[in-house]
Design a binder for this molecule. Structure first.
Ligand SMILES: [Zn+2]
Ligand SMILES: [Zn+2]
Length: 438
C-alpha cells in the first residue's frame, strides 16, 4: 500500500537530483548522433577507399598519407612516422581537462579477397619475398573510417569540449614482417602516450559475427596475453636397441608435453579465468633406430589474468625441469621466445564508469556482456601504460546467422557497413563523457 507513493517520490527526487547532470550529457549524445547520421555516407566512402587500397603491416604508406591529409584538413596537429607508418592527430580544445586517446589499427593482411564486392581489393604486396594478395580481412579499414568519423564529430564540437584528444592511427597490429618490429608496442616506446600525457585510451574492433548495432564489453581480461616458449630437452644418445644406455629426450619430451597439459587442468582456477598451454611443434631425431640426444619444441601460452599468467610461467619452468631431472635429462626453457603480448585488460573501474555511455549510445538491449577471447590484440600495450577500454562492435547483418558469417582473416570476410555508425558514436561519446567527468 505504501509502495506507490514512495516509488513516485523516489523517482521524482532521482529526476531532480540528476537533471543538472544528465541533461547536458543527453544533449551531447543527441548532437553526436545527429552529426554521425549526417556523415554516415562519408564514413562508408572512406572505408571503401581503404578497403580497395589495403597495405600490409609496416607498409601502410599510402594509408598513412591519406589519414594525415584528412587530419590536417580538420586543422589538427599531425605527427607522422611514429613506429614507421603511424599517424597521430592532436585536437587541443584550449581548455584544461584530461587527454583522451582513441586508437584505430590500419593494416591489411596477406589474404586474396574473394567477396565479389564492387570495391573488393585487387591489391598485391610483398611478403617474405613473394607477391601476395592483400585484403582488409580483419576490418581495420572500418576502424580507420570510424576514427575519422569520430575525429570529424569531436572537431566540430570542439568549442563545447575541454582537454585534449589524440587520434592514434596504428600500423602493424597483425604483426610486423619477419625481422622487423612494429605496432602498438613501438608506438608506446616512441612516446605516443606522452606529451601531452594520455589519461585514458579507448579502442574497438568490428566483429563479422556480431549483430550490427550491438556493442560487446567485459571488464578485466577481454583478450589473452600471448607468451610463446621454446623448450630444449638434452639427453644422451644411444642405439635404439639399447635405450638403457641413453637419457631419452623423446620419452622425456612426451612426459613434458603431458605435464604441461596438467598446468591448466590442475593448477589454474578456471572459474576465475581461462588459459591455454599448447605445444605447436616438436622436432628431434633422424631415424628409427637411434635415440637422439636432443629434442626441441615450441608452443604458446594464453592467459587472461595477470595472476594466472605468472602462475603458468612459474609452472612451465617447474614441470619441465623436474620432469627432465626425473628422466636423467636436462632442459632449457626460453620464455618468452621471440615476442609477447600483454593481456588486453579493461580497467574494471573505468569499465563500470563507462558502461552507462554504452547503454545511452547503443540502447540498453544492444549492450552485451561478452566472453573473453583467447586471441590477442596489441592494444594491450597501450593498456599496460594507461587505463583503457577495448570493445567489440557488431558488423554482421541481423538476417545472417552468426554461424554463417565469414570469419576474420578469410577471403570471404565481410562487414555490414551500417554497423560503423555505432562505432563512430561510441568513440565520440566515450570521449565526451570522460571529459565532462574528469
Ligand atoms: Zn586480425
Ligand atoms: Zn584486427
Amino acid at each position: 500500500m505504501m509502495a506507490l507513493p514512495m516509488k513516485k517520490s523516489l523517482i521524482a527526487s532521482l529526476v531532480l537530483a540528476s537533471t543538472s547532470f544528465t541533461l547536458p550529457v543527453f544533449a551531447d549524445t543527441q548532437k553526436v548522433a545527429d552529426i554521425a547520421n549526417r556523415i554516415e555516407g562519408d564514413v562508408i566512402k572512406w572505408r571503401r577507399h581503404f578497403h580497395q587500397n589495403p597495405e600490409l603491416s609496416n607498409r601502410e604508406f599510402e594509408t598513412a598519407k591519406t589519414i594525415a591529409k584528412f587530419l590536417e584538413d580538420l586543422d589538427l596537429e599531425v605527427t607522422t612516422g611514429i613506429a614507421k607508418t603511424g599517424v597521430v592527430g592532436l585536437l587541443d580544445t584550449g581548455k584544461p581537462g584530461p587527454t583522451i586517446a582513441l586508437r584505430a589499427d590500419i593494416d591489411g593482411l596477406p589474404v586474396t579477397e574473394n567477396t565479389g564486392l564492387p570495391f573488393a581489393s585487387k591489391a598485391m604486396g610483398e611478403l617474405d619475398g613473394n607477391q601476395v594478395g592483400v585484403m582488409h580481412a580483419c576490418g581495420h579499414d572500418t576502424h580507420i573510417a570510424m576514427l575519422m568519423g569520430a575525429a570529424t564529430i569531436l572537431t566540430e564540437m570542439k568549442s563545447e569540449l575541454n582537454g585534449k584528444i589524440k587520434f592514434i592511427f596504428q600500423p602493424a597490429e597483425e604483426g610486423a614482417p619477419a625481422g622487423e618490429v612494429g605496432g602498438a608496442e613501438i608506438m608506446v616506446k616512441e612516446g605516443v602516450l606522452k606529451n601531452p600525457d594520455v589519461d585514458v585510451i579507448f579502442g574497438l574492433h568490428i566483429s563479422s559475427d556480431k549483430d550490427v548495432g550491438t556493442v560487446h564489453y567485459k571488464e578485466g581480461g577481454i583478450m589473452a596475453a600471448v607468451d610463446p616458449f621454446k623448450i630444449v630437452v638434452n639427453g644422451k644418445q644411444s642405439h635404439g636397441a639399447y635405450p638403457w644406455l641413453s637419457a631419452d629426450p623423446i620419452v622425456t619430451s612426451a612426459q613434458i608435453i603431458m605435464g604441461l597439459q596438467t598446468i591448466v587442468s590442475r593448477e589454474v582456477e578456471l572459474i576465475d579465468s581461462a588459459a591455454v598451454v599448447s605445444v605447436g611443434k616438436i622436432t628431434g631425431g633422424n631415424r628409427s633406430n637411434i635415440i637422439p640426444n636432443q629434442v626441441e619444441m615450441i608452443g604458446t601460452i594464453r592467459s587472461l589474468s595477470p595472476d594466472t599468467r605468472e602462475h603458468i610461467h612459474e609452472a612451465v619452468h617447474r614441470k619441465v625441469n623436474s620432469i627432465a631431472k626425473s628422466m636423467n635429462a636436462t632442459a632449457e626453457v626460453t620464455l618468452p621466445l621471440d615476442y609477447q603480448y600483454p593481456i588486453t585488460y579493461n580497467d574494471p573501474a573505468l569499465m563500470r564508469e563507462m558502461l552507462p555511455v554504452l547503454k545511452t549510445t547503443a540502447g540498453e538491449d544492444n549492450v552485451k556482456l561478452t566472453k573473453a577471447v583467447t586471441g590477442a590484440e596489441d592494444f594491450s600495450f597501450f593498456q599496460e601504460e594507461v587505463p583503457g577500454l577495448y570493445l567489440f562492435v557488431g558488423g554482421k547483418s541481423r538476417d545472417i546467422p552468426a554461424s554463417e558469417a565469414p570469419g576474420h582473416h578469410t577471403p570471404e570476410f565481410k562487414i555490414d557497413e551500417s554497423g560503423m555508425a555505432l562505432g563512430v558514436k561510441l568513440l565520440s561519446n566515450l570521449t565526451i563523457d570522460y571529459m565532462k567527468n574528469h
